[in-house]
Ligand binder design. Structure first.
Ligand code: SF4
Length: 333
C-alpha cells in the first residue's frame, strides 16, 4: 500500500533531522528529504543519510538570494555571522515552495526546542513559523509535544503520542535513539554551519566590509573556505593555497576578476589574486609565494596568464615585500 501522506523534511545531514525523518517513516508517512546547499555549510554525507533512511532526496541551492540575507539579516546575527532566524525563515519559504512541487502535505524539521539560543527558543520557533506563513504546518517530531499541535497532528495524519518531547542542548536522548534505531550515517553533533565558526565569520565580515554588495558573489563566500587570505586593499585580496589540493581547487575560482599565479618550476603555493591586473598586486602575490616557499625565494619561476598569453617571472626573494601582517581576522590560518 502507498503511504497516504507525504512530508518534506529539511535534511541537513545531521543526526536530528535524520531522527525526525525516521520517526515519521515509522508512522507510515512518505518522507522526501530536502537538502538546501550553500557554501556556508560544512560538507555532510547527506546522500548517505538519505540512503540509510531509504528516502528520496532533493538537493537544491539556497542561491544568491541567501547571500543578500547574509549581508542584511532582518533579525540580526547570533554570536558569529549566523543569522539563524532569517535563515530558518528563508529555508521554510523555500521548503514551502517545494511542498506544491513535490505534492507533499506538510514540512518537518529536526529542530529541538532550546537547543540553539537564537532560533530554537519556543517563542522564536513559533514566530518564525508565522513569519514564513506556515503556522501549524511545520512539524518538529523531536520536540512536538512541547509545541502547539500542528495541522498534521490535528487532522490525524500523524500520531502526536508517538512524537517526542526532547528539550535542550544535550545530545544523550538523540544518541540513544539513533542507537536503538540503528541509524549510522550522520554528521557529528555540533558541526554543520560555518557561519557559527568565529574564523570563517571573520573572513565573511572582511569580505562584506571590503566588497560592494552589488559585486559580491556566492563564489566569493565559497572561496572563504580555502587557503590563507591576505587583504591587500578594498576589493583586492590574495588567497594562497596551503597544500596541493587547495592549489588545485583555487584554480577553479579563476575568472575575469580573479587570476592565478602558480609556481612553474618549484613546489609552493598558488596565489589567487582577487582584483584587477595591477603590477603592485602581482608584486604582492610573488612576495607571498616567496614567503611560503622559502626554498624557492630566489630563482624560482612563477607563471600566470594575461590576455590569453602565458607570462612568467622569477622570484627575487628579499627584494619583494609581502603584505606586512598576514595574521589577524582576514587571514586566520
Ligand atoms: S546555524 Fe547556520 S544553517 Fe542553521 S539556522 Fe543558523 S545560520 Fe542557518
Amino acid at each position: 500500500m502507498m503511504p497516504a501522506f507525504r512530508a518534506v523534511g529539511l535534511l541537513s545531514g545531521g543526526l536530528d533531522s535524520a531522527l525526525a525523518a525516521r520517526l515519521l517513516l515509522d508512522q507510515g508517512i512518505e518522507v522526501i528529504g530536502l537538502h538546501l546547499e550553500a557554501p556556508t555549510a560544512c560538507r555532510s554525507d547527506v546522500r548517505e543519510v538519505a540512503r540509510d533512511l531509504g528516502i528520496r532526496l532533493e538537493v537544491r541551492a539556497k542561491g544568491e538570494e541567501y547571500l543578500r540575507l547574509l549581508r542584511n539579516p532582518r533579525w540580526g546575527y547570533g554570536k558569529n555571522m549566523n543569522p539563524c532566524i532569517d535563515c530558518r525563515r528563508f529555508m521554510f519559504l523555500l521548503g514551502r515552495s517545494y511542498l506544491d512541487e513535490l505534492d507533499a502535505h506538510f514540512l518537518f524539521t529536526g529542530e529541538v526546542v532550546g537547543q540553539r539560543p537564537m532560533s530554537q527558543v519556543r517563542s522564536t520557533i513559533l514566530m518564525i513559523d508565522r513569519a514564513s506563513g506556515l503556522e501549524g504546518w511545520i512539524l518538529r517530531p523531536l520536540s512536538a509535544r512541547l509545541l502547539p499541535e500542528t495541522e498534521p497532528e490535528r487532522r490525524g495524519w500523524v500520531d502526536r503520542s508517538r512524537l517526542l518531547a526532547i528539550h535542550g542542548r544535550g545530545r544523550q536522548e538523540q544518541l540513544a535513539l539513533a542507537a536503538s534505531l540503528s541509524l549510522r550515517h550522520y554528521q557529528s553533533p555540533g558541526g554543520g554551519c560555518l557561519l557559527t565558526d568565529a574564523r570563517f565569520s571573520a573572513r565573511l565580515r572582511d569580505l562584506f566590509e571590503h566588497t560592494p554588495e552589488e559585486s559580491t558573489r556566492m563564489s566569493d563566500v565559497a572561496l572563504l573556505r580555502l587557503g590563507r587570505h591576505f587583504r591587500v586593499g578594498p576589493g583586492r585580496k590574495i588567497v594562497l593555497g596551503r597544500n596541493r589540493e587547495e592549489n588545485v581547487r583555487l584554480a577553479d575560482f579563476e575568472d575575469a576578476e580573479r587570476w592565478l599565479v602558480e609556481p612553474d618550476d618549484f613546489r609552493g603555493p598558488s596565489a589567487l589574486v582577487c582584483g584587477p591586473r595591477e603590477e603592485h598586486l602581482l608584486a604582492q602575490a610573488l612576495a607571498l609565494i616567496a614567503r611560503y616557499a622559502p626554498d624557492a625565494a630566489r630563482g624560482g619561476r612563477v607563471r600566470w596568464r594575461e590576455a590569453g598569453e602565458l607570462r612568467t617571472a622569477v622570484l627575487e626573494g628579499e627584494a619583494l615585500h609581502a603584505p606586512s601582517d598576514p595574521a589577524g581576522s582576514n587571514s586566520p590560518d
